[in-house]
Design a protein around this ligand. Structure first.
Ligand SMILES: Nc1ncnc2c1ncn2[C@@H]1O[C@H](COP(=O)(O)OP(=O)(O)OP(=O)(O)O)[C@@H](O)[C@H]1O
Ligand SMILES: [Mg+2]
Length: 237
C-alpha cells in the first residue's frame, strides 16, 4: 500500500513547504500541493497557473478523475495547486478519500502532501489520510504551544515532530519542552532540521538535495532531509 506523508502544522511559516519539496524528491513521491497561495511548492517548482487553461487539482476533484503528476527533473513530480482551491476545496472526508484513491492509482511507494499554513479542510483531510504527519516545529514558544495543542488534540494520529530551523546550538529548554510534549503519547520526534541562512533567498527550482555536490552551506540541511526520508522509510518498512 502506498504511504501518504502529509506535512502540516498549526502555524504558518514553519518550514512545511521546504521540507515537503525535499522529502517528495528524496522519496521519489508525487507531491500533491494543497497550499493555495504564492508561497507554495507549485511556485517554487516553476508552475504558473496564469499560463495554463487547466487546473489539474481542481479539474481532477471536480471530475472525479486521477491527475497525472507533472514530471519533475531534479525536483518532485507535482500535482500543482491553484488559487481557486481556497474556495473550492473539498471537506476533510472527501479530500482524504480522494488522496487514498490517487495514491492507489499512482502505485508509488509514497505520496507527499503539502498543506496550507494554519490549517484548512483539505489539510485536515490530508492529515486523516496520512500514515505519517510530519509536523515542523521551530523551537519558539508560540510554535511549541501550537504543537502542544496539536499533539493533545490528535493523540491517535501518526505525528512525527521535526524540530525546524534549529540554530547551531539548540536551546536546551525548548528541546526539553518537545520531550515533555510527547511524553506518554505515541508521537515521535525526528532529527532536527538546522536553520540555514540563504534558503530564504534561494531561487533554484531543483530540489536542494539534488545538487551534486551539495553546496557547503547546505550540507547540514541536506543531511537532515536524508535522515528524515530514511526515518520515514524505516517507519513504514
Ligand atoms: N531550515 C531552514 N533554514 C532557513 N530558512 C528556512 C528553513 N526552512 C524554511 N526556511 C525559510 O522560511 C520561510 C518559510 O518556509 P516555508 O515556506 O517552507 O514554510 P511553510 O510552513 O510552508 O509556510 P506557509 O505556512 O506559509 O505555507 C521560507 O522563506 C523558507 O525559505
Ligand atoms: Mg507552505
Amino acid at each position: 500500500m502506498p504511504k501518504i506523508i502529509t506535512v502540516a502544522a498549526r502555524k504558518g511559516g514553519v518550514g512545511k513547504t521546504t521540507i515537503a519539496y525535499e522529502l517528495a524528491y528524496l522519496l521519489d513521491a508525487p507531491l500533491v500541493d494543497l497550499e493555495f497561495d504564492d508561497g507554495s511548492a507549485t511556485r517554487i517548482w516553476g508552475y504558473r497557473h496564469e499560463a495554463r487553461t487547466r487546473a489539474p487539482l481542481l479539474d481532477a476533484i471536480e471530475r472525479g478523475t486521477v491527475p497525472r503528476p507533472l514530471k519533475g527533473h531534479r525536483k518532485p513530480d507535482l500535482v500543482p495547486c491553484h488559487p481557486d482551491f481556497q474556495l473550492n476545496q473539498p471537506d476533510a472526508d472527501t479530500m482524504a478519500n480522494i488522496l487514498d484513491t490517487w495514491a492507489g492509482e499512482w502505485g508509488r511507494d509514497f505520496v507527499v502532501v503539502d498543506t496550507h499554513g494554519g490549517g484548512s479542510p483539505s489539510g485536515d483531510g490530508a492529515i486523516a489520510a496520512a500514515s505519517s504527519v510530519v509536523v515542523p516545529v521551530p523551537l519558539r514558544t508560540k510554535d511549541l504551544n501550537a504543537t502542544e495543542s496539536m499533539v493533545r488534540e490528535m493523540p491517535d494520529f501518526p505525528l512525527v515532530l521535526v524540530p525546524s530551523m534549529v540554530p547551531r546550538v539548540p536551546p536546551a529548554p525548548e528541546i526539553n519542552r518537545i520531550r515533555t510534549i510527547i511524553e506518554g503519547t505515541p508521537v515521535t520526534v525526528a532529527s532536527p532540521v538546522p536553520y540555514v541562512r540563504g534558503i530564504e533567498t534561494r531561487k533554484k527550482r531543483i530540489a536542494l538535495t539534488s545538487e551534486n555536490p551539495t553546496p557547503k552551506a547546505y550540507v547540514a540541511f541536506a543531511d537532515a532531509m536524508h535522515q528524515l526520508a530514511s526515518f520515514l522509510k524505516e517507519d513504514h518498512l
